[in-house]
Design a protein around this ligand. Structure first.
Ligand SMILES: [Zn+2]
Length: 168
């Protein structure tokens, strides 16, 4: 069953001048407030394999939790990347505010929170942050400064990889 994405009613999707559509607040969102919950189609490893074989785009979020992406269909797709994002993950399908987000600010997520593996962005990041990494890759979560910034708030899969790395 395909559940709809949920976005905080204080957010609207707007056209930007340089990066397509983005999410902007219409009033302040407080630190810790829910920003976005992906509905999507979450499945186990067996179902994910079948979907992959059928040519669908599959993302892994936890040990045995995958989503079958229907990109472009759902509002959750319109969150833009920033290398110094104002949201982070609370669990496999929920983004919360990392800090207070002022009215009119763009709501962003660092794609390093969930990208893992051989992903390399086809675009060059222009987030303007002094922390900007340029291109976003599925290896960014391994960078010490990225880990320090989002510790415990990556996808559950990446959180546990980081924990293991520290232990080993
Ligand atoms: Zn950037």
């Amino acid at each position: 069953m395909q559940e709809k994405d949920w976005i905080n009613p204080k957010i609207e999707i707007r056209e930007t001048s340089n990066k397509g559509r983005g999410m902007f607040t219409t009033s302040e969102i407080k630190e810790g407030e829910k920003v976005l919950m992906w509905g999507g189609n979450y499945v186990n490893a067996v179902e994910a394999e079948k979907a992959k074989a059928a040519g669908k785009l599959v993302m892994q979020w936890d040990e045995d939790l995958y989503s079958i992406e229907d990109r472009g269909e759902e509002v959750g797709y319109f969150i833009n990347h920033s290398c110094d994002a104002n949201t982070w993950m609370a669990d496999a399908r929920t983004l919360i505010a990392k800090r207070d987000i002022e009215a009119g600010e763009e709501v962003t997520a660092d794609y390093a929170l969930w990208e893992n593996g051989d992903y390399i962005s086809g675009w060059e990041c222009r987030c303007g942050s002094p922390l900007c990494r340029g291109r976003v890759t599925g290896q960014d979560w391994k960078l010490p400064d990225v880990q320090a910034r989002y510790r415990g708030h990556f996808s559950p899969l990446i959180n546990s990889k980081i924990e293991k790395e520290v232990v080993e």
